[in-house]
Design a protein around this ligand. Structure first.
Ligand code: ATP
Ligand code: MG
Length: 664
């Protein structure tokens, strides 16, 4: 199923190859700002160096870390696809993220500026973080946690969450962070799958202006079969809500952790010691427990964080708005920034509490210089209106990042213009839970950026686009995104299920990692992500990407957000069905649907014209903010809904269904 642009059509519409080749013809280009380019951490030369000696390049990057035993070997690929990186090296991740900065005289540098949703704040220096992490590590040891034991973490976005993760890393107990928005059932299956011995949680966190409980979900999860090996629940008091208490099992953080010695000697672990298990977001189906290890992971995360965001730790204030429950939070809130000695913002709440300018207020308050967020948030801000960020001083910003979904060119332009003052580079970073770190992205001081494209594999990363038969496609064609060489922060397996690891990622194309995403190479050979392979539509013999039709819709001034699916159709195999959220102020009048259909036809060609367009108030999203097209497909095809457990808000689906009485 490659994106073939040469098929002739079976239906009335006659579409020239030219109009299909027009899909996503995005001509706008943005050169790196001269001053940024002149002082960039990474220059174009890095691509050459990595190309000439990929393993040598990574061995060099590994020297960013402080090893207790330097590795002599870079990659052991003798049993593919089970990789070992830096296998004879030894190190401690928490030491690398905290202690060594203190030893280097940076103890007074702020590591974390915490901003609670109700407005409470706390800043932690690296020296303070070292003491807190040491105390928490001692506390876990007192609770009987041993090297190799798994610890589940189910927390709001507060400093103790970062401290807990680092404490686990410090004692070599792999953590499994479960996003705090998940239900007791979702938590229970993850506790069971990882066979966790301790759960770290809080009474609750603040969400949308009120306390939102967490502890009851833990209590409920621990009544489920398979969770009986949990010995202790360590509870942070955050909101002061009433909590049920299991004597002997439950322990208050402030009672146990605060009385521990604030010194702890970190032990060095093998580079391949497990660091964490993290479940994928579940956009396409049952989440997979992705296993990451120590040395290779930290090497790539530290490198990419410094390269992609051009981080200058002595002067930048970095902010990633993800939740630590997702891989973005693991790699680019906890491990990357802290390994690099950065100063970062950690924000507990939602972007619209207590008002829709909250994020911009935070940027202004802390002088944030680097912002990393997701297209879903950018589109929400577009919908709320340009006047909101305009009220704040965002002039400190110098690099903007995006991750999580393909970013529509219009959203990209909006981000650059209204947040970045038409000055800051936007880096669209493609990667996955499985890849551990950023893989494909522009470099802000090097790449001439193209709105909507992740563009180029980073130095040391090998990615390409192939057709059904695993042949690399020529420029200008589409197919499947694959990674052709192992990389340091790659997943090592699916926890407890090597076979699923082989089947999911390594069986589709011999010797290549299949990412599950569709992609296209443009005439320059730059990569454009086209959405998940499962989301590609087949219309009258043409593969049409949901992303491209969505981007065409979002390029209409009245549309803030769009989700497109292919619904079974007797005439055309699939018919394009679009769900759109209108921008603030746009009226849903009779002519609108026709206007939007005509707009898509003009942008992409008649073949891509949606058969149905339905304005809706909300779209179904995973808790990580991604559109769940499979549920919309169920609606469009008038079927019972599939698994909704990873959906943020199930009432969204009822609302949509009620608007679609004549579905399919
Ligand atoms: P599951 O694998 O359980 O369905 P998921 O794929 O949503 O969940 P993640 O690992 O959080 O879980 O997301 C990775 C996916 O997100 C990528 O495979 C891709 O589809 C999408 N993605 C991430 N960043 C980008 C980007 N910059 N451009 C396009 N797509 C992106
Ligand atoms: Mg995935």
């Amino acid at each position: 199923m490659a994106w073939d642009t040469t098929v002739t059509l079976g239906m009335g519409d006659v579409v020239s190859n030219e109009s299909l080749a027009n899909l996503l013809r995005e001509e706008r280009r943005f050169a790196p700002p001269a001053d940024l380019a002149a002082n960039a951490n990474v220059t174009a030369e890095a691509y050459e160096r990595a190309k000439a000696d990929r393993l040598g390049f990574w061995a060099e990057q590994a020297r960013r870390l402080t090893w207790a035993a330097e590795p002599s070997e870079t990659l052991d690929w003798s049993n593919p696809p089970f990789a070992k990186w830096f296998a004879d090296g030894k190190l401690n991740v928490a030491y690398n993220c905290v202690d060594r900065h203190v030893e280097n005289g940076l103890g007074d540098r702020v590591a974390i500026h915490f901003e609670g949703e109700p407005g409470d704040t706390r800043s932690l220096t690296y020296a303070e973080l070292q003491r807190e992490v040491s105390r928490a590590a001692n506390a876990l040891v007192e609770l009987g946690v041993r090297t190799g034991d798994r610890v589940a973490i189910y927390m709001p976005m507060i400093p103790e969450t970062v401290i807990a993760m680092l404490a686990c890393a410090r004692i070599g107990a792999p953590h499994s962070v479960v996003f705090g928005g998940f239900s007791a059932d979702a938590l229970a299956t993850r506790i069971e799958d990882a066979d966790a011995r301790v759960v770290i949680t809080a009474d609750g966190g603040y969400r949308r202006g009120k306390p939102s409980a967490l502890k009851p979900a833990v209590d409920e999860a621990l009544t489920r079969p398979g969770t009986d090996k949990v010995r202790h629940v360590l509870v942070v008091r955050r909101t002061g809500q009433e909590v049920a208490w299991a004597e002997g099992r439950d322990v208050w953080w402030h009672e146990l952790v605060d009385r521990q010695p604030d010194q702890h000697t970190p032990e060095a672990f093998d580079a391949e010691h497990p660091l964490f298990i993290l479940y994928t977001s579940g956009t396409t189906g049952k989440p997979k427990g992705i296993l990451h290890t120590t040395g290779g992971y930290l090497t790539q995360i530290a490198y990419t964080h410094q390269a992609v965001f051009d981080l200058k730790p002595e002067s930048d204030v970095y902010w990633c708005t993800a939740d630590v429950g997702w891989v973005t939070g693991h790699s680019y809130i906890v491990y990357g920034p802290l390994a690099n000695g950065a100063t970062e913002v950690l924000y507990e709440g939602t972007p619209d509490t207590p008002h829709q300018g909250r994020w911009w207020e935070i940027v202004q308050k802390y002088g944030v210089t680097i912002l990393y967020t997701a297209p879903t948030a950018i589109r929400a801000c577009m919908k709320w209106g340009d006047d909101i960020p305009a009220k704040f001083d965002l002039s400190s910003l110098r690099v903007l990042g995006s991750v999580g979904e393909p970013i529509n060119p219009e959203a990209w332009i909006w981000y650059r213009k209204h947040i970045g003052a038409d000055r800051t580079p936007v880096v669209d970073t493609w990667w996955q839970t499985e890849t551990g770190g950023i893989m494909i992205s522009p470099l802000p001081g090097v790449t001439e950026t193209k709105p909507g494209s992740a563009q180029v594999p980073l130095p040391g990363i090998s990615a390409t686009v192939v057709d059904d038969d695993a042949n690399e496609v020529p420029n200008g064609s589409g197919g499947y995104l694959v990674l052709t060489e192992p990389w340091p922060s790659m997943l090592r397996t699916i926890w407890g299920d090597d076979q699923r690891y082989l089947d999911t990622y390594w069986s589709r194309f011999e010797g290549r990692y299949f990412a599950g995403d569709g992609a296209k190479k443009d005439d320059d050979g730059d990569i454009w992500l086209l959405g998940r392979v499962d989301d590609v539509m087949l219309v009258s013999g043409h593969n049409i990407s949901t992303t491209e039709v969505e981007s065409a819709l979002v390029s209409h001034p009245k549309v803030a957000e769009a989700a497109v699916v292919g619904a079974t159709d007797p005439q055309t195999t699939q018919a394009i069905c679009a769900f759109v959220i209108l921008r603030g102020g746009a009226a849903e009048d009779d002519g609108l649907v026709e206007e939007l259909r005509a707009h898509v036809a003009k942008q992409l060609g008649p073949i891509a014209k949606p058969k149905r367009i339905l304005p809706v108030a909300e779209l179904p999203k995973t808790r990580s903010g991604k559109i769940m097209r499979r549920l919309l497909r169920d609606v469009a095809e008038n079927r019972a809904l599939g698994d909704v457990t990873t959906l943020t808000d199930s009432s969204v689906m009822e609302l949509i269904q009620s608007k679609l009485p004549t579905a399919a």
